[in-house]
Design a protein around this ligand. Structure first.
Ligand code: G4P
Length: 526
């Protein structure tokens, strides 16, 4: 098979949702269809327990198994599909943002009763910014929820997506009778507990057929006709190019728990979802069919076995063919590296691979060379974009609690920051180290991991700040003046870049107005 055929065979996507909407359940059903797992519950049991806010053992357990569930691959309709797992917990939102960079498209799961929830709003905003194609799956139709039209209005208003329903629900809750797929012109009848059989799917090209009354009763049949009619006048017709451009989102209805509507979603996904797409670097756009290999690290996992300090770096292949044991160029470190045990992920199995193609995610064993966002090439000096750190909003001083272990502490902090767990800033005026995060859970993770993996111990001291933002200016004199005036609030990030520590939203806004020549950046990629 040539490179182009390999590329066209691949679909790499992420499922996102607010916690509890049904992401894990849907993932599991998709894997069941692909034959990648045999029993329901295989993914579920790996899930971080809900509301595990500071349960260290749970975090640790989760870290162990999430290597296996970070990427789940399966084959379906001759396609090699990879699902990228995204943590639902909001404190890990940065992980999710970075994972989205490695995906070519996204399925958003929405709970029919809860509608659009805050976490979904944030994540879809990132997809919109990047023009990632989005499919919406409205879940839990076996329960009472919002009226479908109202929900679609909410999705358009809150998520800013232009929707185009490709299936429509017939009743919901105890009255749920099934869905009509406008995409395939099929009526799928619902029977609870996932026992949908061939007889439950009827091809109906004309909704005026009396078969509809026979199957779902007079009232729902009439409602369905009216609603489908309305949908076709209110919403645009499906157009794949518009979807691929990120400007139109097909919507499906179903119940993941009952394995209902999932097959229809998967069938449509395999027909419309994009194959591996081009990616931007700081110098140019890289097309997947380019002969030379390129890829980037979007996630790093530490080995949970403390005797082995190595880590797994998850690399998204962007172009060319990756080969085992071949030397590649680590562009940040300007170093040649080769990998003897690159790993591919098929559902929960891992296996060593000899070749990998664009769209694939591979795991590389790493002894400390990588940090999130690193680029590998065959020699070209460039760096893939889209892996920013965000301005943190929670801050604490980190102090060494065991002076005999300071070397271990600093090494530990350094490596955890490379993994993207949090960000480290050093104050200019007194050299104190500050850990900045987007969620409070990270502080527990850092403390626990420093102790268990590095034998170091730390304590935190409170620090009240509003935000940390990177600053830059074309006018070097102005930058120097600003830095010396604000010296008390200046810090450096791990790369030595200038960071301003804003004490309140008000002072930040005031300074922004007073110093027009200074640019304040809220992500590290500027
Ligand atoms: P998440 O990954 O998005 O956080 O959601 P998850 O799949 O874990 O689903 C959250 C809860 O919603 C689970 O129930 C799950 O069984 C349920 N669920 C998922 N899809 C459907 C559906 O189509 N209909 C109904 N009625 N429920 C659904 P739980 O009780 O919290 O967990 P569990 O005890 O079932 O594991």
């Amino acid at each position: 098979m040539n490179l182009l055929d390999e590329i066209n065979k691949r679909r790499t996507f992420a499922i996102i949702s607010h916690p509890d909407a049904g992401k894990t359940t849907l993932t599991e059903k998709l894997l069941l269809f692909g034959g990648a797992i045999q029993t329901a519950g295989a993914v579920k049991s790996n899930k971080i327990k809900k509301h595990a806010t500071s349960d260290f053992m749970e975090i640790e357990r989760q870290r162990g198994i999430s290597v296996a569930t970070s990427v789940m691959g399966f084959e379906y309709n001759d396609l090699k599909i990879s699902i990228l797992d995204t943590p639902g917990h909001q404190d890990f939102a940065e992980d999710t943002f970075r994972t989205l960079t490695a995906a070519d498209s996204v399925i958003v799961v929405i709970d029919v009763a809860k509608g659009v929830e805050p976490q979904t709003e944030k994540l879809v905003k990132v997809c919109r910014m990047r023009k990632t194609p989005v499919i919406v799956f409205i879940n839990k139709l076996d329960r009472d929820g919002k009226d479908s039209m109202t929900l679609l209005d909410e999705i358009e208003a809150k998520l800013g997506l232009n929707v185009c329903p490709l299936s429509w629900n017939i009743g919901m809750g105890p009255e749920f009778k099934g869905i009509y797929s406008m995409y395939e012109q099929k009526l799928c009848l619902f029977s609870p507990h996932g026992k949908q059989s061939e007889e439950d799917v009827l091809t109906i090209t004309d909704l005026n057929t009396p078969i509809l009354e026979e199957q779902v009763g007079n009232k729902l049949a009439e409602e369905l006709r009216e609603e489908v009619d309305l949908v076709s006048t209110v919403y645009p017709e499906f157009d794949r190019d518009t979807y691929l451009a990120g400007d139109l989102s097909p919507v499906f209805f179903g119940s993941a728990l009952n394995n209902f509507g999932v097959k229809e979603l998967l069938e449509c996904f395999t027909q419309i979802a994009p194959p591996p797409l081009a990616r931007e670097t700081d110098t140019r756009v890289v097309e997947p069919q380019e002969e030379k290999f390129t890829g980037f690290v979007f996630k790093i996992h530490a080995n949970i076995d403390p005797r082995h300090r190595d880590r797994i770096a998850f690399v998204r292949i962007c172009s060319g063919v990756f080969e085992r044991n071949k030397y590649y160029h680590h562009t940040r470190q300007n170093k040649k590296l080769r990998f003897s045990n690159p790993t591919a992920f098929m559902a929960s199995k891992k296996s060593v691979i000899d070749f990998s193609y664009p769209g694939d995610i591979i795991g590389l064993y790493d002894s400390g060379n990588f940090k999130i966002g690193d680029t590998l090439t065959e020699g070209e000096q460039m760096s893939f974009k889209g892996m920013p750190s965000f301005s943190p909003e929670q801050f604490r001083y980190i102090e060494n609690a065991n002076p005999l272990k300071s070397k271990q502490l600093y090494k530990g902090i350094d490596q955890l920051m490379d993994e993207g767990v949090a960000q480290l800033f050093t104050r200019i005026n007194n050299g104190r180290r500050i850990i900045g995060t987007v969620g409070a859970l990270q502080y527990d993770v850092i403390q626990y991991r420093l102790e268990h993996e590095y034998g170091a111990s730390c304590r935190y001291e409170p620090l009240s700040l509003h935000k940390a933002c990177w600053i830059s200016s074309e006018d070097q004199e102005a930058l120097k003046t600003f830095k010396s005036r604000q010296q008390r609030l200046m810090a450096e990030d791990k790369e030595g870049r200038d960071v301003f520590l804003a004490e309140s939203a008000f002072t930040l806004q005031m300074l922004q107005q007073q110093s027009p020549e200074i640019e304040f950046h809220f992500t590290s990629e500027f």
